[in-house]
Design a protein around this ligand. Structure first.
Ligand SMILES: [Zn+2]
Length: 422
């Protein structure tokens, strides 16, 4: 085994205890707790080894407040010669604990080669792995070229506006500063994630007219109008979307097409508090709101995606007198996919081949992650997600990360560093 790999194996205990230390800071989002603590932990560790450390609060970003400031940390180690910069970006926030745990979610228990805890695989294990890989590489190749960066950033789980989006706006992902990005999300150690599908969230509102429930003919029921919309969706829209297939290697395979989820529907009077003991009142609902989550493909155009919905609403209107509606945009993200011949893809592919003895599978994520901001705001296309951990465990009870998977991934990351900066 070469010196770099044995250097990583020698740091296995450090990798485990660093992962545990990170999990033990409960950076729950929402609302966004202990962000400064986790950034300080990473910053102090790297700073003590001579890295430049910048703590950046995303002041004024979505979610940032005096009570819950959005802290990020960026650590950079300059090489001895000019060259490229490889940046490892991990989000430090975790989602709610939820029910069903048999382990303490913030104790970071080590059991049978696994570390259990909220954020173990998504993605504090990945953050620790990239830190150990970078430290081992820097220790064995003190005369490396270019620069290494490690960042721990806020709010990926809630859109990343107080994290990577903010940093990208401030120029941290400018192609003049950073040339290669690895996001160590838990995609499994033998897969390279090239990008993600697009997203469009919108509200569809049907409008009616309020009246007494005993004389509904004097009103106009917005819920019945929405019922007609749902019928039209079933009859024409869902079949249309199922027929739109993509060449993107999305996993799981069910997401290799356009999809639409109906997130919520509300019509009529609001649901009363649980302690309300009275009856509802008789009213014809004058509005009904449906929230849709449309995931689209790299082969699709967002304008076309929106036109499909408008066309469907117009078909309903053609059949129903007095049908009135409104569509409101909530959120959109373009699909992105780094080409397979991009340098970072090739370097990590070769490293997986060397360490695991097989070629890495190329995948695309059904949902988005911080690559969207690096791509769109940062204008940096040479970006992948690659990291240890099993994606299906993310956000689940008894989430865990395997120690051996982290060690293997750290070797892949360190080898990628050597190929690019060695
Ligand atoms: Zn994640």
């Amino acid at each position: 085994m070469d010196q770099l790999q044995s250097e990583i194996e020698a740091r296995t205990d450090d990798l485990v205890s660093l992962t545990q230390d990170l999990i033990r800071i409960p950076t729950l989002n929402p609302p966004g707790l202990h962000y400064r603590d986790i950034c300080s932990l990473v910053g102090e560790r790297m700073g003590a080894q001579g890295w430049q450390v910048e703590m950046v609060r995303a002041e004024g970003a979505l979610g940032d407040s005096f009570k819950h400031p959005r802290w990020n940390v960026i650590c950079r180690l300059e090489g001895k010669r000019p060259g490229d910069c490889l940046h490892f970006n991990s989000h430090h926030d975790v989602v709610a604990v939820g029910d069903g745990w048999t382990f303490d979610p913030f104790a970071a228990t080590l059991s049978d080669g696994r570390i259990y805890g909220r954020g173990a695989c998504d993605m504090k294990g990945g953050l620790a792995t990239s830190i150990i890989a970078a430290e081992a590489f820097a220790a064995t190749h003190p005369d490396f070229a270019g620069a290494i960066e490690i960042s721990a950033t806020a709010d990926e789980e809630s859109g990343g506006f107080g994290g990577v989006a903010y940093l990208a706006e401030k120029g941290f992902f400018d192609p003049a500063r950073v040339q290669h990005v690895i996001i160590p999300e838990p995609l499994n150690k033998d897969r390279i994630c090239l990008g993600h599908r697009g997203v469009w969230w919108a509200e569809i509102e049907t409008k009616g007219h309020i009246a007494h429930g005993s004389m509904p003919f004097l009103g106009d029921c917005a819920v019945r109008h929405m019922g007609a919309v749902l019928d039209e969706m079933e009859a024409t829209l869902f079949p249309l979307l199922a027929g739109k297939r993509t060449a993107m290697p999305v996993v799981p395979e069910g997401a290799r097409q356009s999809t639409l989820n109906l997130n919520s529907i509300h019509g009529g009077e609001p649901v009363q508090d649980a302690d309300y003991t009275g009856l509802p009142s008789p009213c014809v609902p004058d509005r009904c709101v449906l929230t849709i989550d449309r995931r689209f493909l790299i082969e699709e155009d967002i304008a076309e995606v929106k036109r499909e919905i408008t066309a469907m609403m117009e078909r309903v209107r053609a059949r129903r007198p007095d049908f009135r509606y409104e569509i409101r945009d909530l959120f959109e993200v373009m699909p992105t996919m780094t080409p397979e011949d991009a340098p970072i893809v090739q370097v990590v592919q070769d490293a997986v081949q060397d360490i695991l003895g097989k070629s890495a599978e190329y995948v695309v994520s059904p949902g988005t992650y911080d690559q969207k901001h690096i791509d769109r705001i940062g204008r940096l296309k040479n970006c992948i997600a690659y990291g240890p951990g099993i994606l299906d465990l993310a956000h689940q009870p008894d989430e865990w990360i395997g120690v051996q998977d982290m060690v293997d991934s750290a070797k892949v990351m360190a080898l990628a560093l050597r190929r690019l900066l060695g």
